[in-house]
Design a protein around this ligand. Structure first.
Ligand SMILES: [Mg+2]
Ligand SMILES: [Zn+2]
Length: 182
């Protein structure tokens, strides 16, 4: 299933950290999901690029300041890296749903940009998300996708089946399967 995957592009909220309807606005509100720190550390032992691509419309909605978003990401990086993890690139879309940008998922712009950064064909990238828009963005870019049941993932399971995207319990399940492949 993961043959020739050379980049793993992770959604943030609901895949790496606990999702919140009220937006993650400060480092205190950033809480990693169970097993994620181990999962990123395990993936980091593999010859695969690892990136995060996240819609952060809280910026456009004035719910989060740029400084707080940076502080959240510093905490996330510190948490993952101090456990042996590696995040090669972090990308986020700061726009709102009405701005019609090319980066906000379900559009594939962030994924295409990351593939360009890594000098990879989009089909060699695996996008991991907890929402239909992550999966649609992946397929829009020509990449592969997987859904996790964490975050809003349970609500998106039917979409995943329709899009023929594989479903896993969580990021650790994917990491375990990924490192087991020959
Ligand atoms: Mg999400
Ligand atoms: Zn955008």
């Amino acid at each position: 299933m993961f043959a020739d995957v050379r980049a793993i592009l992770l959604d943030r909220d609901g895949v790496i950290n606990v999702e919140s309807d009220a937006f993650i606005k400060s480092p205190n509100e950033w809480v990693p999901l169970p097993g994620v720190i181990e999962a990123v550390a395990a993936l980091s032992t593999q010859s695969v690029r690892i990136a995060i691509c996240s819609n952060q419309s809280g910026i456009a909605r004035n719910k989060i300041s740029g400084a707080n978003l940076s502080a959240i990401h510093r905490k996330m990086f510190h948490t993952l890296v101090s456990a042996g993890g590696r995040i090669d690139v972090m990308r986020y879309c700061p726009h709102g749903p009405d701005e019609n940008c090319r980066c906000r998922k379900p559009r594939g712009g962030m994924i295409l940009d990351l593939c360009r950064t890594f000098n990879l064909h989009p089909k060699d990238a695996l996008v991991i998300g907890d929402a239909e828009r992550d999966l649609v963005a992946a397929l829009d870019a020509g990449s592969r996708a997987a859904l996790v049941r964490t975050g809003r993932g349970l609500e998106a399971e039917r979409s995943a089946r329709r899009l023929q995207v594989p479903v896993f319990d969580d990021l650790l399940s994917i990491a375990t399967e990924f490192i087991r492949q020959p």
